[in-house]
Design a protein around this ligand. Sequence first.
Ligand code: CP3
Length: 357
Amino acid sequence: MPNTPANDRFLRALRREPVDRTPVWLMRQAGRYLPEYRAVRAKAGSFLAMAKNPEIACEVTLQPLARFDLDAAILFSDILTIPDAMGLGLHFVEGEGPKFRDPVRDAAAIAKLAVPDMETELRYVMDAVRVIRRELDGKVPLIGFSGSPWTLACYMVEGGGSKDFARIKALALNDPKALHALLSVNTDAVIAYLSAQRAAGAQALQVFDTWGGVLSPAMYREFSLPYLTRIARELQRGEGGERTPLILFGKGNATHLEALAESGTDGLGVDWLVELGEAARRTQGKVALQGNLDPATLYGSPDAIRNEVRRALDSYRDGNNGSREGHVFNLGHGMSPDMNPDHVAVLVDEVHTHSAR
Ligand code: CP3
């Protein structure tokens, strides 16, 4: 199976090579805002039933690509597959999001955790990668992904989503050794998980540090950054000539752009609280940048969406010595179920037409 897809704009941009137009994909591009997704979900019964069935995961991965001129596909799965495979008992409560039956709250529970076996306990994920690669037939690259060690720990300790992160922050303060043990096993699991997705056919990898931004700068430097850096370094080690690019996405990571640019990652995903031009200046061409439109832009009119897209594209170019190289267009976070699919088509069209000029 050739590893270079017909449309390799996304991979070229991550290597900071010239492209004919800026590549674009959207976080959560497969999901409930698409009627065809809701139809498959109604038949399958639940999100987890979809994610655990490789044929269905493949079908919904491809849905947004059939509608929009996107430059990459992302595996349909979830970041919480790792703690689920560790035995925490993932389930989804309608309207409340993900929950764990057995959260880990102390050193004793943490000491029992082990890295799951990728080709047995997480085989359904690797099978999905293989089926999607086959069905994509080399058209666009496939992105595999994982949660960051810190973000996974948030769900594992809180037992689900959280507004104040009270339990995990208390653990950080009262028993930092236990939290480091948790982050360490999570890091081993993330590295094994991403390596297995790469071996199964993923052509780029993204780590979602969704909750890094809830940490104070000092806490971030202790509990998130070193683990992200270890992932970037270890994934690169042992790779031959052609490397599989890695993107570190972080909500609220603007304080740490310089440090993240030194982590060894290929790309950095940023949210809309930082100007792309400023991010480009501060990272000095050491990494590609991905982002960063406020997802709420999709609630605007087509004209407003086009304006905001042009503003983000030009901000990047202005901070990058007048060049559009090294930019992957995306939102600054994921899409929401109530967004209008027609507006996504407008966004994608404007990225491609404006950046080609
Ligand atoms: O981008 C994509 O299209 C790929 C698919 C993807 C999903 N989850 C599918 C999904 C990705 C990359 C994720 C990652 C993920 N999952 C993150 C990190 C990214 C981010 O948004 O910051 C997080 C924090 C999770 C945990 C999680 N899973 C949440 C908070 C939810 C939403 C629960 C809800 O009720 O809204 C999920 C479920 C989930 N994962 C859905 C999808 C499409 C909704 C599924 C459904 O109900 O049909």
